[in-house]
Design a protein around this ligand. Structure first.
Ligand code: NAD
Length: 340
């Protein structure tokens, strides 16, 4: 079968990473990336050999900045079988008709509402439900991490109830405009935060309540997870079960913070220090009075990237089996390579 032609609309934090991940796959081909601002990222995209596109009304700005674009975004969509929309929250929905008019399938990110695609995706949780679909939304970084771990726990032991406190990074490292700089912000102050309902767009039956705060850090999120299980395992059984999943990375207490997780990824030579796995502190995994507790870290810039690759593979039925697709994506990207 010919390789699936993939276009990336929105070449920012997520878009540039999905572009790289798609380029690594044998069954996909990157036909172009699109941006609105003629900045250093646009120059870098061209240096990497990517075809750069821009919305028609922005092309002149690129030309004035001395950056050559291949054409307008519409022509990029027409060259593609699928568009992965990585535009900022709420913009992607506005492109829906343009994707449909160009005859493309489309994947949106978690900043868009579930309704834009009518289907929300996490590879471990519902790969088979994405087979042959035209429209899919890959859930956000926090929701991806929660779906992975709660799906695994539910499949192994049955989840009776889950409660999660999300300690969220304030913004991404390259974002100079947002904070907080010196505050902890309950966000939202009312319960639940949107993350629990968002998990239910993928795992509708899973009982979950979430609370979230924003912190003055940019590196990663941390979740404090507490789950009541139907069949109560020992802590060691949970560790064994989670250690079999490449998209989960169990780490020791010597990696004592998100800063050290990132340093570990740097030391390992991970491009952009990306950590695609749920990072779970092994020593935090505790079963007490029938309930499981753990801490997990989430590298918000990276975790959804392999999910986008698997979503494309499912939508074109390049692999019928989710485990096979994930193992191809894992192998091409190097996921699992940080395990002991
Ligand atoms: P970003 O701001 O880093 O990048 C957005 C890109 O879209 C930029 O390159 C910008 O030039 C481009 N853009 C803006 N308006 C456009 C338009 N009208 N047409 C084409 N391109 C346009 O955003 P991001 O952080 O990569 O977020 C993208 C999506 O991914 C959002 O839905 C977000 O919620 C989701 N997401 C973000 C993170 C994260 O932590 N950054 C994690 C998971 C999911």
């Amino acid at each position: 079968m010919a390789r699936v032609k993939v276009a990336i609309n929105g070449y920012g934090t997520i878009g540039k990473r999905v572009a790289d991940a798609v380029s690594l796959q044998d069954d996909m081909e990157l036909v172009g990336v699109a941006k609105t601002r003629p900045n250093f990222e646009a120059r870098m995209a061209i240096k990497k050999g990517f075809s750069l596109y821009a919305p028609r009304e922005r092309i002149e700005t690129f030309e004035k900045a001395g950056i050559e674009v291949e054409g307008d975004v519409q022509s990029m969509f027409e060259n593609a079988d699928i568009v992965v929309d990585c535009t900022p929250n709420g913009i992607g929905e506005k492109y829906k008709q343009a994707y449909l008019d160009a005859g493309c399938k489309a994947v949106w990110q978690g900043g868009e509402k579930h309704e834009v695609a009518g289907f929300s995706f996490n590879a471990l949780s519902n790969y088979s439900d994405a087979l042959g679909r035209d429209l899919t939304r890959v859930v956000s970084c926090n929701t991806t991490a929660l779906c992975r771990v709660l799906h695994l726990l539910d499949a192994a032991y049955g989840v009776k109830k889950s409660r999660v406190v999300l300690m969220r990074r304030g913004t991404d490292p390259s974002d100079v405009k947002k904070g907080p700089i010196n505050a902890i912000v309950p966000n939202p102050i009312t319960l639940p935060s949107h993350h629990g309902p968002d998990v239910n767009t993928v795992l509708p039956e899973l009982p979950i309540t979430t609370l979230a705060v924003k912190l003055s850090t940019t590196l990663m999120h941390v979740h404090a997870v507490n789950v009541e299980l139907k069949d109560v395992p020992s802590s060691d059984e949970v560790i064994d079960m989670l250690s079999n999943e490449p998209r989960v990375l169990l780490i020791g207490s010597d990696v004592g913070s998100t800063a050290e997780v990132i340093e570990m990824a740097r030391d390992a030579g991970r491009y952009r220090y990306d950590v695609w796995e749920n990072v779970i502190w092994r020593d935090s995994i505790t079963v007490k009075d029938g309930e499981l507790y753990l801490f997990q870290g989430v590298h918000q810039e990276a975790i959804v990237v392999p999910e986008n690759v698997d979503a494309i593979r499912a939508m074109f039925e390049l692999e019928q089996d989710g485990a096979t697709s994930m193992s191809i994506t894992n192998e091409k990207m190097g996921i699992g390579g940080l395990r002991d």
